[in-house]
Design a protein around this ligand. Structure first.
Ligand SMILES: Cc1cc2nc3c(=O)[nH]c(=O)nc-3n(C[C@H](O)[C@H](O)[C@H](O)COP(=O)(O)O)c2cc1C
Length: 216
């Protein structure tokens, strides 16, 4: 069931930020389902999932988004373009819908979760962290981005995490402005073009000894 240690490192090295996708190679339904499930299965703080994943398939919209992405062609050439969208302000309604889904899934009584609700409300909705809740939500979305990249690598699917976008323009193009939701990051996924020279570049990383510290 599990991958070997060697295989995991091999696939982490195989993955790279793809600069040029093969526009004619599309992700099949089964692989896409695994990618989509990985996004949805991503863990989040308290389990609150303050996100939505927009999968942009419309070619005209993708063209508009490319103009808002420093003209990076991956946005139009990839198989699936995923945009990570977060809730701007966490509110009681979101917490209630999460708790309802918990009861629907696991059974039990909503009233028994009142303490948990109070804790989340006090921390994220009314407490000090409500002032920086957008940052909190963005961090959760980035966990989903990391999870996505790993899943893609394990499937032999390429990806390019992308902060080189204009999130406000994305919001306008995707009709999010004023909706309470906003774009944080994007990730085109698909298959590398044979002539993407970046695929063979050596990884530039600090040494393990420089970034890993054992506290004994
Ligand atoms: C959050 C994030 C945003 C990034 N934004 C872009 C981007 O807009 N365009 C791009 O070509 N690469 C982008 N990259 C790719 C990084 O430059 C790349 O991951 C890094 O140089 C390491 O190379 P590797 O992923 O090929 O191993 C981004 C990476 C991350 C994690």
């Amino acid at each position: 069931m599990f991958l070997s240690a060697e295989k995991i490192v091999e696939l982490q090295n195989w993955r790279y930020a793809t600069k040029k996708f093969n526009p004619s190679k599309k992700i099949d339904d089964k692989s896409w389902k695994a990618i989509e499930d990985s996004l949805v299965l991503t863990p989040s703080s308290y389990g609150l999932q303050p996100w939505k994943f927009y999968v942009v398939q419309n070619p005209e919209i993708r063209n508009e988004l490319m103009a808002a992405s420093w003209k990076q062609a991956q946005v139009v050439d990839c198989s699936h373009l995923i945009v990570f969208v977060i809730k701007e302000k966490l509110d009681e309604a979101h917490i209630d819908s999460f708790l309802k889904s918990m009861v629907d899934t696991r059974g039990g009584d909503l009233a028994a979760l009142d303490g948990y609700k109070k804790m989340m409300m006090g921390d994220l909705v009314t407490g000090a962290r409500s002032q920086v809740i957008g940052e909190w939500a963005a961090r959760q979305a980035y966990i989903a981005l990391g999870n996505l990249m790993t899943t893609c690598a394990f499937l032999g699917v390429d990806a390019c995490p992308m902060e080189g976008i204009n999130p406000k323009k994305y919001d306008e193009i995707l009709g999010l402005t004023g909706s309470g939701w906003k774009t944080v990051v994007a990730c085109p996924v698909g298959y590398r073009a044979n002539d993407d020279k970046y695929s063979s570049l050596k990884k530039v990383r600090f040494k393990n000894s420089e970034v890993v510290t054992f506290v004994k």
